[in-house]
Design a protein. Structure first.
Length: 98
């Protein structure tokens, strides 16, 4: 296993320090960009919500992107979705512990 590298993961208005394997760095950065882009999109659609609401709505959107048994899974799509869900799950767990 390669040494983990630290990243600053900014989601919404918070920054989280995470460690990832070097081979996953690009995927994690891309996932963070997708998450933040969706948060910004939702902020323009639903003005006046709390950041927690935007993150929750983004999580629901991201989970809905998972392939269903009738949807073919592409090798490029599946790891990105799973990585994004893992990041969101960690953020939710972190938020619940605070």
């Amino acid at each position: 296993m390669a040494a983990l590298i630290p990243l600053s993961a900014q989601i919404g208005d918070r920054t989280y320090r995470i460690k990832v394997e070097p081979k996953d760095e690009a995927l994690v950065r891309k996932t963070l960009q997708q998450i933040n882009a969706k948060i910004m999109e939702l902020k323009s659609l639903y003005v006046g919500k709390d950041m927690q609401d935007y993150i929750a709505m983004t999580m629901i959107w991201y989970a809905a992107q998972q392939p269903t048994p009738t949807t073919p899974v592409t090798s490029q799509e599946d790891p990105s979705i799973r990585q994004g869900l893992a990041i969101l799950e960690g953020l939710i767990e972190n938020g619940l512990q605070q």
